[in-house]
Ligand binder design. Structure first.
Ligand code: DC
Length: 217
């Protein structure tokens, strides 16, 4: 049986995860948040107290188990959904996600997850690297100010301490690191549909994507 894959890429704060989650719900697909996996590996490395600057110490990624259960990320049997959003993790995830070995281990797991279900997968390299044959590819963008505003509201909702000025700086820094890194930088697949979400609300973007998929499903 052939499963349908929907790839959603874009920079931090473009609304990918909220939108991807709703689309998965509408279509009854599994939602896979790959950014959460890079965050979880960063958290695990910090908990193991290893030197984050030494890529050779990231062998543990291969043995790490991930499950997405009702939108929560469970790593090695523990729900880490809340902790992975903390600022200490956000500040180090670009470094950890720039490592070739970390990326190749996680990409394999992500490809494996998409073999057995219809999936909506969001990230930075899904359309051109993880699922290059996905039936549907979208790339979401928005201005930095809009993205910072959304991340701030999201943090407040999750009851995480938040400062919009710092978020804007963090997003700018992460955009730079994510788009200029050597391995699998953030970019749109050549065949992705690009949607600027700056002046659209969540429901409008969800509708655009869901309609497009239903038309061709
Ligand atoms: O989507 P997010 O902000 O939770 O992602 C956290 C970090 O993980 C982000 O700085 C870039 C990295 N990432 C990546 O390199 N590749 C992906 N497929 C998803 C996220």
């Amino acid at each position: 049986m052939n499963y349908i894959q929907i790839a959603i890429d874009g920079p931090a704060g473009a609304g990918k995860s909220t939108i991807a989650k709703l689309i998965a719900k509408n279509l009854d697909y599994i939602y896979i948040d790959t950014g959460a996996m890079y965050r979880a590996i960063t958290l695990k490395a910090m908990n193991l107290d290893i030197d984050l600057h030494d890529e050779r110490l990231f062998d543990f990624v291969k043995e790490t188990k991930f499950e997405f259960i009702d939108g929560l990320l469970v790593m090695d049997g523990i729900n880490v959904s809340h902790e992975i959003r903390e600022t200490r993790v956000s500040n180090h995830v670009s470094l950890v996600s720039s490592y070739f070995s970390v990326r190749s281990d996680l990409v394999k797991m992500q490809q494996h997850m998409a073999e057995k279900h219809n999936v909506v997968m969001d990230g930075r390299d899904i359309g051109y690297k993880v699922l290059p044959d996905a039936e549907f590819k979208f790339f979401l963008t928005a201005t930095i100010t809009k993205r910072a505003e959304r991340r701030h509201l999201d943090n407040l909702e999750r009851k995480i301490a938040s400062d919009i000025f710092n978020i804007e700086i963090e997003i700018e820094r992460r955009d730079y690191l994510d788009t200029t890194r050597r391995h699998s930088p953030l970019k749109a697949a050549d065949d992705a549909i690009i949607i600027d979400t700056s002046d659209l609300n969540i429901e409008q973007v969800v509708m655009i994507i869901t309609q497009r998929v239903r038309e061709e499903e």
